[in-house]
Design a protein around this ligand. Structure first.
Ligand code: 13P
Ligand code: SF4
Length: 345
């Protein structure tokens, strides 16, 4: 173990049950090896509820730590080792623009239910809560889209149009009942006629890590490895998801590889840290390949060195890495998360 690793383990030992480290599957090995609980976004949100520790250190990106802070108890503190680790997709839907768009879309009395992918800012979750909507993750998007469709005249899904389309495909919502909004300016370019006809309105956001997976990679891997299975994350574009043998959250992909028959070859379309970990886990009996190597630079901002610095601050009683939830946003943002947890209990 290097110096940072040793220091981290020593602090974990000293703080004992006062500290729990949570980490997302896309974290690098040097970080994930120090984590008490790892999971996908849904599992991590749920696990926060079971953690008793006074300090939760969250290894992931900002929106994940914010969700954890929203669900934490009043006496718990959530810390993020790299406070500037943002998810670029989450930043594609600013809260004030969402509010303006919802007011435009609901202008004629149409009830629009916002459904925000958990990869969104706290402000967005608060607007969603205020307008009667909920949050979803890639693991429960189908259940939550059904939930939202049952509650209004139309649903505004944000920010990931690809997850929106892929989930709509699963539910059999025809393409002519969907409309991707044009959001140049402050919503004044929205095609109101098309928006009024649509049952599913999609925000034009996307994940630049998952949109790197394209059809020609699937064609190539199928040529090079006849019989290969292709499994991708639903943030990939709909053509890629349709061409794959399976699609699902990071936990789904882990399970898919764990259950694969010995001798199979699986090409995975998701973040490279997870793909490499899966390849290592089945080394010798299943061949796991990346469709192409695609790394999330935001997730990579959390390093072992930064985790050590964060833990040193926590142990010293400093709040340098504390995730703050502004009081005014807390109730409506928590409500949007609670609606998801209640609908998917
Ligand atoms: P999961 O919820 O499937 O872990 O995905 C989170 C994410 O950010 C994928 O890019
Ligand atoms: Fe955000 Fe994409 Fe990174 Fe996931 S992989 S955290 S959606 S930028």
């Amino acid at each position: 173990m290097n110096n940072d690793a040793e220091a981290i383990e020593a602090i974990r030992k000293r703080l004992g049950s006062r500290l729990r480290i949570l980490g997302h599957h896309y974290q690098a090995d040097e970080v994930i090896r120090h984590v008490d609980l790892r999971g996908d976004s849904l599992a991590l949100a749920r696990k926060t509820r079971d953690v008793d520790a006074e300090h939760i250190v969250f290894c992931g990106v900002y929106f994940m730590a914010e969700s954890s802070a929203l669900l934490a108890r009043p006496n718990q503190m959530v810390h993020l080792p790299e406070p500037s680790a943002e998810c670029s997709m989450a930043l594609m839907s600013p809260g004030p623009l969402l509010r303006a768009v919802l007011d435009i879309l609901g202008g004629k009395g149409r009830r629009i239910v916002p459904l925000a992918y958990v990869n969104s800012t706290l402000e967005v979750k608060a607007v969603v809560g205020e307008y009667g909507g909920a949050v979803c993750t890639s693991a429960n998007a189908r259940t939550m889209l059904r939930w939202a469709l049952d509650r209004g005249d139309a649903v505004l899904f944000l920010p990931d149009k690809n997850l929106g389309h892929n989930t709509a495909n699963q539910l059999g919502i025809p393409e002519d009942q969907r409309h991707v909004l044009s959001l140049k300016g402050k919503g004044e370019n929205i095609d109101r006629e098309k928006a009024e006809r649509a049952k599913l309105l999609l925000w034009p956001g996307f994940c630049s890590i998952h949109t790197r997976f394209v059809m020609r990679q699937i064609e190539r891997v199928r040529q090079e490895h006849p019989g290969v299975l292709v499994a991708v994350h639903p943030e990939c574009t709909p053509d890629v998801v349709d061409a794959a043998d399976a699609a699902g959250s990071t936990s789904f992909l882990i399970d898919y590889v764990a259950k694969a028959k010995p001798g199979s070859v699986i090409a995975i379309g998701t973040e490279i840290n997870l793909v490499e970990r899966l390849a290592e886990a089945r080394k010798g009996d299943v061949e796991v390949l990346p469709l192409v190597e695609s790394a999330c630079t935001h997730m990579a901002q959390t390093t072992e060195e930064k985790l050590r610095a964060c833990l040193e601050a926590v142990e010293a009683g400093r709040t340098d890495y504390l995730v703050n939830v502004p009081e005014a946003l807390k109730a409506p943002a928590t409500e949007s998360l609670e609606r998801m947890l209640a609908a998917c209990a």
